[in-house]
Design a protein around this ligand. Sequence first.
Ligand SMILES: [Zn+2]
Length: 302
Amino acid sequence: MREPRVIGVDLGGTKILTGIVTRDGSVEHRRETPTPLESQEAVLAGVGAAVEELLDDSVVALGFGIPSRLDQKTGRVEGSVNIPLQGLDLRSRMAERFNLPVGIENDANAATYAEFVAGAGRGAETMVMLTLGTGCGGGVVIDGKLYRGWAEFGHIVIEYDGLPCQGTCTGRGHLEGYVTGTAATKLAQEAFGPAADAHRLVRLASEGDPTARELLAGMGRRLGAGIGSLVNIFNPELVVIGGGFAAAGDFLLDPAREVMRREALAPDGGRVRIVRAELGTAAGLIGAGLVAFDAASAANGG
Ligand SMILES: [Zn+2]
């Protein structure tokens, strides 16, 4: 018998990534297709077709990482910011269509799971992850187990009555307003003109531009304030920074480390490491696969 494998689906606002995932987190037959955004049914059809393409007898479960708020008890998608999925029983719909166990997870939680099993978090017991992209997502592994609930770390307050948050969030002074690629692009444009963006800011910093370096350091210090609060709650050994804007690297992370050490009260605060994620854009897909394996074990009675 062939080794059991699963299909992981990373459903994003612009593309659907799919692949066959093995238990150790390796990916085969990776595919990519644009996300049809016209309607909920169009998204479902796109996802279904992507699964269909990879399905064979060795596949024992399906896993989905989606940019949405989920109710894990019911398998319902409550709402999403960037794709038209809302009030949808995704888990049952996919389980009925493919007659396989199905797991679903928020995309940042899925990425956290992947880094924990197969990336920067290997060997850690307790780990916090932040993904810095268009927005700021989060996830946490506690005592070796992925926390499968709400972990919207991007929306912790780092400045009372600060900048308005993004999208549908009504809050102010949230981490997400300060440390994302979106925020970096805004700062870059103020400093270097309307054609600048986050990529250019990072490039200028690596070329030695002092303004660019100071802007990234300022973002890093705010990131460190947020991380300090998370360290005080979870006392992790490791904080993993992923997402596209993690490309800013130590220009961002060194100031973050400094402020985190000041803010962290946790007994091991001084030893917490802040590191970059290792799996890059594959993290969501691998995490979706791991969620599928969990669904397969649950279907077999644990
Ligand atoms: Zn917010």
